[in-house]
Design a protein around this ligand. Structure first.
Ligand code: CP
Length: 281
């Protein structure tokens, strides 16, 4: 896989290929890094950035929309607010489909860049101790990351959330089935001395049915420089950040979240090369 410096060299790997970006839900990093990755490989992108700018807003179905993109593109990247939409589309089209986040479900390519960042920063994913902090109920990145960590040896996961936002039972079930050790707590201080990575997440305001439920737990966890001082830990975040990492962490050695976001380009270049170049269609 390319590193960041190598990924800045334009390659001709996907010359003439077109990536379809179907973003029904807002995105900065995922959409732009996929677009950057495709362009670094000399391919091109088409697509829309919201339901409102597609004919879905006139009542066209997701299935018909996907069928159009199948005819125009060599692979599709889908983000949607409903769980399972990417899987549904992958069942009805004949080009590779990448899930770029499906509601409170999964975000698998984010996990690949998270693992790449951990490996680069810490040296190994085996024997990792990681705290997943914040909205573990609706946060799709921590669902995918938990599932992926079960593929490594001797990983311990601390799940830090308010009681209302605990990790879903189906993810815990998967961890139980693969014998991954995990601990649930609502207190960062319980775990901060014992972890290699603090993986902080935003409370997903848009997934709450009642805004008052969000307001009650908004700001429940804020990681700041003082908490980190003297600790052998790195701070990651899939971003966007609202208030859960104080700005005073940005200029410290603990901050790996901007590097993590930049790692999206080489990782997504590798994903696109694997899926498009090796696809006979
Ligand atoms: N990490 C992530 O998915 O960010 P965006 O929502 O900006 O794509």
């Amino acid at each position: 896989m390319e590193d960041i410096a190598q990924s800045r060299e334009i390659s001709v790997e996907l010359k003439g290929k077109i990536l379809g970006l179907m973003f029904f839900e807002p995105s900065t990093r995922t959409r732009i890094s996929f677009e950057t990755a495709m362009k670094r490989l000399n391919g091109r992108c088409i697509g829309f950035t919201s339901s409102g700018s597609s004919s879905v807003s006139k009542g066209e179905s997701i299935a018909d929309t996907a069928k159009m993109f199948e005819g125009y593109s060599d692979a599709l990247v889908i983000r949607h607010e409903l769980e399972g939409v990417s899987k549904f589309i992958s069942d009805i089209v004949d080009v590779p489909v990448i899930n770029a986040g499906d509601g409170a479900g999964q975000h698998p390519t984010q996990t690949l860049l998270d693992l790449y960042t951990i490996k680069n920063e810490i040296g190994s994913i085996d024997n990792l101790k990681i705290a997943l902090i914040g909205d573990l109920k609706f946060g799709r990145t921590v669902h995918s990351l938990s599932n992926a960590l079960s593929l490594f040896n001797n990983v311990k996961i601390y799940m830090v959330s308010p009681p209302e936002l605990k990790m879903p039972q189906e993810i815990l079930h998967d961890l139980n089935m693969t014998n991954v050790e995990y601990v649930e707590t609502d207190n960062i201080e319980d775990v901060i001395d014992d972890v290699d990575v603090l993986y902080v997440t935003r409370i997903q305001k848009e997934r709450f049915l009642d805004i008052n439920d969000y307001l009650k737990i908004k700001g429940a966890y804020i990681v700041n420089k003082k908490m980190l001082e003297g600790k052998d830990v790195i701070v990651m975040h899939p971003l966007p950040r609202i208030d859960e990492i104080d700005g005073d962490v940005d200029d410290t050695k603990y901050n790996k979240y901007f590097k993590q976001a930049a790692n999206a380009v080489p990782v997504r270049m590798a994903i696109l090369k694997t899926l498009i170049k090796n696809n006979p269609k």
